[in-house]
Design a protein around this ligand. Structure first.
Ligand SMILES: *Cc1c(COP(=O)(O)O)cnc(C)c1O
Length: 253
């Protein structure tokens, strides 16, 4: 059913190839790097096409849009996957990658498999309270501001390990790892340093036993810097524009 020669199909396979090449160049297993397709600028039709091409991890940066799309596209995906149609991932996972307000947590939780952007104890505690109400343990990542930009979300580098330790003891939250974003206009060296910093925090947490065996993910790398992220140990790259185009105008038909 999927038009395998479409622009989106070509872009998606190019991104998958870049991930595989970067992993191989780093001496890593390409299957150890998961692609999260960030759909914030994508039209629903494009997302359906991506799902038909086997995308099983979808990321949004706004709660409203994630909730709405999880409902619409979740049902679409389930019908196709249940009918055994070729090409569909067995499960569709929704990732919240954008900044999250405590007031939106309740709405988000029933629809979200992994929250990448937890950056305070108060937010983690709100997730805990709302997750308990619906009988869920919510998977999360701690976002760290490794590029040290003022306007960026994320906990400061120096505060990350103590915060991770506090969050790891919260019962309805499961801390799976860390997330960061590099500066948009950074040089290759700066980008590498940002990603290396996140890996060092991860290694310190491992060494101290924080989050135990749950600790396994580094969410870092986007369209323009995924190679650097994979070289520094990324296990999840979040790619939007190189799959779907860079804005909704381009995507309007
Ligand atoms: C938009 C976004 C991405 C994807 O960025 P691209 O440069 O379009 O690949 C990744 N992570 C977050 C948090 C985003 O908001």
């Amino acid at each position: 059913m999927a038009a395998t020669s479409s622009l989106l199909a070509d872009r998606l396979s190019a991104v998958r190839q870049r991930i595989a090449d970067a992993a191989t160049a780093a001496g890593r297993d390409p299957n150890a790097v998961r692609l999260v397709a960030v759909t914030k600028y994508a039209a629903p039709e494009q997302i359906r096409e991506a799902l038909a091409l086997g995308v099983g991890d979808v990321g949004e940066n706004r709660v409203q849009q994630l909730v709405q799309r999880a409902a619409q596209l979740g049902e679409f995906h389930q019908r196709r996957a249940a009918a055994g149609e070729d090409g569909y991932a067995s499960k569709l996972n929704w990732h919240m990658v954008g900044r999250l307000q405590r007031s939106n947590v309740k709405q988000l939780l029933p629809h979200c498999d992994l929250i990448h952007s937890v950056d305070s104890l108060r937010l983690a505690e709100e997730i805990d309270a709302q997750a308990e109400k619906i009988g869920k343990v919510q998977n999360i990542l701690l976002q760290v501001n490794c590029s040290e930009e003022d306007q960026k979300g994320g906990v400061a580098v120096g505060a990350a390990v103590p915060l991770a330790e506090s969050i790891a003891s919260i019962p309805h939250v499961r801390l799976l790892g860390l997330m960061t974003m590099a500066k948009l206009d950074a040089s290759a060296d700066e980008t590498r340093t940002t990603f290396r910093r996140l890996r060092e925090i991860f290694e310190e947490m491992k060494f101290e036993g924080i989050a135990g065996d749950n600790l396994r993910h580094l969410s870092m790398g986007m369209s323009n810097d995924l190679e650097h992220a994979i070289a520094e140990g990324s296990t999840m790259v979040r790619v939007g524009s190189d799959i779907f185009g860079s804005d909704s105008e381009e995507n309007a038909e």
